[in-house]
Design a binder for this molecule. Sequence first.
Ligand code: PNS
Length: 141
Amino acid sequence: MATAVCPGSFDPVTVGHVDIIRRARKMFDHVIVAVLVNPTKNPSFSLEERIGLLKRATKEIDGLEIVGFDGLLADYARQKNAHIIVKGVRNITDFDSEMQMARINQGIEPELETLLLPARAEFEHFSSTMAREMIRYGQPL
Ligand code: PNS
């Protein structure tokens, strides 16, 4: 059974994340949505809230495991016997930071591959940062 990890802060999950998770699930039997426990960014939503929102947003997708993780992603993937990390990229800024993270993970665990999926055009402008702003100012999402 091929297992992939979709890691992130998910602070909060967006429609773009859900699209990437759905597409990852089409390619892999089992997808672990790994929610970073303590992102350096000081999350607006608690781990429980982020996991709860993810569960609601992905309730129609089967074969998912939605869990918190702490420490290095490469170590976590090894523990879970997952050899693929799946991330979405919206633009060149995402690509740049994803490349950096992929290379760090390659250095830690050479067998661990990162698969970057281009975000769909309709989700290009969605971000957790924007969602937090809208929530803060009471705008409908
Ligand atoms: O939602 P994000 O900011 O794209 O998620 C980033 C995440 C969680 C994938 C990244 O910060 C991460 O893997 N953190 C765990 C620590 C780690 O493994 N660092 C080395 C790779 S950058």
